[in-house]
Write a protein that binds this ligand. Structure first.
Ligand SMILES: [Zn+2]
Length: 309
């Protein structure tokens, strides 16, 4: 049964469309009741996901985003609430359509992935509620821990939702994306690191490198979620990607990430007790910086600095 106080708010759509979307979504949520959907009490459908996030979080994300869906949390009267924001074009594909079953199945998988994020949020709130409301990271950890948290979230969301996709669909595309990122960014990162080495005041260059690294690690985490969830090897999914990883500076990081994420999953959620659970995965992210030539260091005051090879 759908929760009594559940609210679906549809913006920017005419009434009959808005009714069919609301009905489809209610049906889907009931289908996925086996996930932990406590604290989840609102869906907002809108033409731009970022605009809604900005309104709620008072953030300044770019408008005109192409994001399909995003799960966020808000605090109302000291209690954490979870809400899901959906792009209206994407939400329309959640209405079952016999003519285009392919589109519907893909949309269903994306929706499943988002509900898996909600499931994961609930597990984490149970364990880390206080830290989630307050704790900040300093020094090196300000770079490595948030990244480890993102990698875990995408890994577990894909692991949990892998049952609603097929090997040659999202998993294969993710493997191909990782391969092309490693090829295209590999060269670019080297050039950017040379620029950064010659002028370490160029924070903009470092931020750019950081973004590239995050993209690679996040895509790898997505892919590992699928591989572990579907219980297949990378060679079975896409030999080309395996070959490219094998020959790249990413090779060792890939192996360690796969291992650490499996260990975290084997302890999840009952043996997780504080944010240190991310420590080894965070270390793995700083090792990747090092392999690329940037060693992250911090002073005793926790001020971050870099040694560039
Ligand atoms: Zn996600």
């Amino acid at each position: 049964m759908i929760m009594r106080n559940f609210n679906i708010k549809v913006n920017d759509l005419e009434k009959n469309k808005s009714m069919s979307i609301t009905n489809s979504i209610k049906h889907l949520i009931e289908m996925f009741q086996f996930l932990d959907l406590r604290r989840f009490d609102q869906i907002i459908i809108s033409k731009d996901v970022n605009i809604e996030i900005n309104k709620i979080k008072k953030s300044k994300l770019n408008k005109n985003s192409s994001i399909y869906a995003k799960v966020i949390t808000t605090i109302i009267n000291d209690k954490i609430h979870i809400l899901l924001i959906l792009n209206k074009i994407f939400a329309l594909t959640l209405i079952k359509n016999e003519k285009d079953e392919f589109l519907y199945k893909n949309a269903l998988h994306v929706f499943h992935h988002e509900l898996a994020h909600i499931h994961d949020y609930n597990k984490k709130i149970d364990i880390f509620e206080k830290q989630m409301l307050g704790e900040k990271y300093y020094g090196m950890e300000a770079i490595t821990f948030p990244l480890a948290e993102i990698c875990w979230s995408e890994y577990i969301a894909n692991y949990v939702s892998s049952s609603s996709t097929k090997v040659n669909s999202f998993p294969l595309v993710t493997a191909q994306t990782l391969a092309s990122l490693l090829i295209s960014m590999g060269k670019e990162i080297k050039i950017k690191i040379m620029v950064f080495k010659s002028n370490k005041n160029r924070k903009d260059v470092f931020d750019d490198i950081k973004k590239d690294i995050e993209k690679i690690l996040k895509t790898a985490a997505y892919l590992l979620g699928y591989l572990h969830g579907l219980n297949i090897t990378l060679a079975q999914l896409c030999e080309k990607t395996e070959y490219i990883i094998e020959r790249s500076t990413f090779k060792d990081t890939w192996i360690v990430m796969s291992h650490e994420l499996s260990v975290m999953r084997s302890l999840y959620p009952y043996a997780w007790d504080n944010l240190r659970i991310y420590k080894k995965l965070a270390h793995c992210t700083s090792s990747y910086y090092k392999r690329l030539g940037i060693t992250l260091k911090e002073k005793e005051s926790k001020e971050l600095y870099f040694v560039v090879m």
